[in-house]
Structures are given as structure tokens and as C-alpha cells.
Design a protein around this ligand. Structure first.
Ligand code: TRP
Length: 454
């Protein structure tokens, strides 16, 4: 068994801080600032938020530890990591299928993620040109509508974002990424503080807080619980191997438990702050919390249009949002590129170009789903909705479930103890969560969503 001596052919993080920054860069993204507010709005607020927080704590954190641990032990792309670990532990080679499913999920998510990141990119210029100055809710709404109803413009922004993503991936995620994240994450946080302060001046801050934090369980359905759980995976980048591949570049002596908790905490804080900034604006302007994927683009510009230095703050906000999306998108595709480099002996540049083209093509479906194809629905969902549902609510939790089962039950205790090196109590708690609580919770939510308990 060579696992103690394995090193990654793709390099290693310069230290614990570099890993925390990169993983936080992966976790904090459109999921926190764009998706969390709009799904919270669609699912009635407080009760949904509570379920989401619970999922982060009892499913997200232990599975993140498991995923990082598998990555660091395997030191390769998720497919090869799972194949090696299965061999080490005397388990069926079919476990590499987990890596395959993750690759497909990452590819599908990135295809639409890039389109939404394109919206944010185009808003940098809208904010910068002063277009939001004094704009009404209606004005801001029509600016958004005119963007998404124009497939050519969406395609152009999607293309720019995809190219930017593949440039970083081609250079290797360790180069440059660390430095960018170290500086941009605190900036993003600072701008969110400014937005929350603005939200306090609207006179609707307490209404917003109430919506977010006072749970009304009559407002959630089985479907909402599935969405909340799926989002816990999505926002922490879990269940598809992104965190596994980042874990494979992690130095041996770093504490997996501590770093996972730091990442989860930072990610959750950013999401809650985005919610606290957005909902007061929603209620102050009589907008609809369930407005869907356009929510932040229909609310924040109103605030930028009213506040002092709104042009500057608005432009900065969208720049930072694009960066947050960027550091997330590279992690979505890193498992695929790492695998092509390992198994097809492609160089990184070549692999990145091909993966980029394929993802870009797939993204066209999402571009069209907001305009030309908006009337075409399957199970009541557009192409974009369907991709999002399939990946976030099904593939990621399923991947997470398999990760938990492998790490908790199939890996020998001395392997996981050696890798996690926590206190005995910490280990027992983790083991209980990953063996029982997380898998059972995921199963119950799945079964519930398909109506088994009705
Ligand atoms: N977590 C990111 C966000 O919230 C998105 C993301 C990056 C992701 N890598 C991932 C989601 C891997 C699922 C799996 O925006």
C-alpha cells in the first residue's frame, strides 16, 4: 500500500492557508450571492433557511471532511483516486464510478454557471455606466429582461467567462489563484457589509430579517427540503470531486477538520449576508421574493441607484461577484482536466481547450432557455431549471452519499484515523455523522421528495 507515500503529479498547495483560500474560493460563488437568495425567496424564507443551515452542519461539514480526506489519500483526479483507494481498501474497482458521475456533474453545472456569471459580467458595465442612477424597480426590471431575452448578448458574455475560466485552468489552479483569492475574498466581504448597512436604511430591515430567520413551517414542502439539502451540497462544492481534487493537493500535516469548519463558516456567512442585503430591498420596493433567478439583478441595482457612490460600489460589487464565480468555476472543471492529464496524457493547455469548448457548447442550451426555448418545458422546467435540478438536487447529494458510505464504512478505520488525525472524540463524532446521520438524512430527503412518506 503506497498511500502514505503518494504525491500528486499536479503539484501541491503552498500550505494550509493556500488550501483554505482555494477551497473557500470554490465554495463562495454564485451559489451564495445569486442562488441562495432566490431559492430562499421561492421557498418561503425562514423555515427553508433553517433546513439549509441544519444540512450544512450535519451533512455538509462531515462530508466535506470525508471528501478532502479521500482526495488527500488518493492524490489524483477523483476517478483515479477512487480506483486507488478502492484497491487499497480491498473494495470493488467500480467505486471509480463516483469520480465519473462527479465529472459529468461538474461539466453540467459549469455549463450553466458560466451563463449566469456572464450576467454578472455584463452588469459590471451596466453599473459602471451609471445606468442604475435613480432607476425605479420597473426600470431595473426591464434592464434585466432586455438582457436575458437577447440570446446573442448572453452568448457573448458566456463566451468571455468560459475563456477566462479555461485560461486559469490551463495554467494550473495553484498558480495565481491563491494570490487573487487572498485579496478578493476580504473585499467581497467588505462590500457585502456596505450593502447590509444600506439595507438597514431602507426601513424594511426587520421585515427582511424576519423573512430570513423566523421559520414558518407551513411554507415548506418536501420539494423545498430537497432544494435546501441540494443547495447545502452546491454551496460547499460537495459531492462531485471538486473538493476531493483540491484535497489531493493538500499537504499531509494540515488538519482537515479545522479547515473544513472554517470553509463552511465563511461560506455560510457570505450567504446569510447576501440574504440580509437583498430581502430588505425586496420588501422596501414591493418586489416579489419568489422572482426567481433574476432576483439579485432586479433588487441590488435599485440600491446602487439610490446610495451615495452607488456607481463605484455597484461596479465593484459585480466585479467581485465575477471573481467569486471565477474561483468557483475553475474548481468545477478541474477534476475533468486533471483526469485528462493523467489518463489521456494530454497537456493541461490542450485538455483545457477541449473541455472549455465542450462546456461552452452545452451552455448554449442555458442561454436559449431564457428566451427562444423559454416555452419548452419538461416536467414543468426549462432546460436551465432541469440542469440545475438534476445536478444540485440529485447528482450532488447522491455523490455525497456515496462519499460518506465509502469514507465511513468501507475505508478501514486506521486509514481514516491516520488521515484525519483528530482527537478521539472528534473522530467518533465525525464517524457517527458520516456513517449514520448524513446518509440517513440524504436518503430520507430523497424518499420524501419522491413522495414515499405520503
Ligand atoms: N460552490 C459554488 C457556489 O456556491 C459552486 C461550485 C463550485 C460547485 N464548485 C462546485 C458546486 C462543485 C458543486 C460542486 O457558487
Amino acid at each position: 500500500m503506497a498511500s502514505e507515500h503518494r504525491t500528486s503529479i499536479h503539484g501541491q498547495w503552498s500550505g494550509r492557508m493556500a488550501f483554505i483560500l482555494a477551497a473557500t474560493g470554490s465554495a463562495v460563488g454564485l451559489g451564495n450571492i445569486w442562488k441562495f437568495p432566490y431559492i430562499t425567496g421561492e421557498n418561503g424564507g425562514g423555515a427553508f433557511v433553517l433546513v439549509y443551515l441544519l444540512c450544512i452542519a450535519v451533512i455538509g461539514v462531515p462530508i466535506m471532511m470525508a471528501e478532502v480526506m479521500l482526495g488527500r489519500r488518493g492524490r489524483q483526479s477523483p476517478i483515479n483516486t477512487m480506483a486507488s483507494l478502492a484497491a487499497d481498501e480491498g473494495r470493488p474497482a467500480a467505486w471509480s464510478a463516483l469520480g465519473w458521475m462527479g465529472m459529468v456533474a461538474g461539466f453540467l453545472i459549469l455549463s450553466y454557471y458560466s451563463v449566469i456569471a456572464g450576467w454578472a459580467l455584463s452588469y459590471v458595465f451596466r453599473a459602471g455606466s451609471g445606468m442604475f442612477e435613480g432607476a425605479t424597480a420597473d426600470g431595473v426590471n426591464s434592464i434585466f429582461t432586455s438582457l436575458v431575452s437577447d440570446p446573442e448578448r448572453l452568448l457573448a458574455w458566456h463566451t468571455i467567462f468560459m475563456v477566462a475560466t479555461m485560461i486559469v485552468v490551463a495554467r494550473g489552479v495553484q498558480n495565481g489563484l491563491e494570490k487573487a483569492v487572498r485579496f478578493l475574498m476580504p473585499m467581497l466581504f467588505f462590500i457585502l457589509v456596505v450593502l447590509v448597512l444600506y439595507a438597514m436604511t431602507t426601513g424594511y430591515f426587520s421585515v427582511g430579517l424576519n423573512f430570513l430567520f423566523s421559520p414558518d413551517f407551513s411554507k415548506i414542502t418536501q420539494g423545498s427540503v430537497l432544494v435546501a439539502m441540494g443547495h447545502a451540497f452546491f454551496t460547499m462544492s460537495l459531492g462531485m470531486g471538486a473538493i476531493m481534487v483540491y484535497g489531493s493537493y493538500l499537504p499531509k500535516d494540515t488538519s482537515i477538520a479545522k479547515t473544513s469548519m472554517i470553509i463552511a463558516g465563511a461560506d455560510t456567512l457570505v450567504a446569510l449576508m447576501a440574504g440580509m442585503a437583498i430581502f430588505p430591498i425586496v420588501f422596501a420596493n414591493g418586489l416579489e421574493p419568489g422572482a426567481g433567478p433574476g432576483l439579485i439583478f432586479k433588487t441590488l441595482p435599485i440600491a446602487f441607484g439610490q446610495m451615495d457612490a452607488g456607481i463605484l460600489i455597484g461596479t465593484l460589487f459585480f466585479i467581485l461577484l465575477v471573481f467569486a464565480a471565477w474561483t468557483s468555476s475553475i474548481s468545477l472543471i478541474e477534476p475533468v482536466v486533471a483526469w485528462l492529464v493523467e489518463n489521456r496524457s494530454m497537456n493541461r493547455l490542450y485538455a483545457s481547450v477541449w473541455v472549455g469548448i465542450a462546456t461552452w457548447l452545452m451552455g448554449i442550451g442555458t442561454v436559449l432557455s431564457f428566451n427562444v426555448w423559454s416555452g419548452h418545458k419538461l416536467f414543468g422546467m426549462t432546460f436551465f431549471d432541469l440542469l440545475d435540478y438534476l445536478t444540485a438536487n440529485i447528482m450532488l447529494p447522491l455523490g455525497g452519499l456515496l462519499i460518506a458510505v465509502f469514507a465511513g464504512w468501507l475505508m478501514h478505520e486506521n486509514s481514516s484515523k491516520d488521515e484525519l488525525h483528530t482527537t478521539p472524540r472528534g473522530y467518533n463524532l465525525w464517524q457517527m455523522l458520516v456513517r449514520v446521520v448524513a446518509p440517513v438524512a440524504v436518503m430520507i430527503v430523497f424518499l420524501n421528495a419522491i413522495g414515499v412518506f405520503k
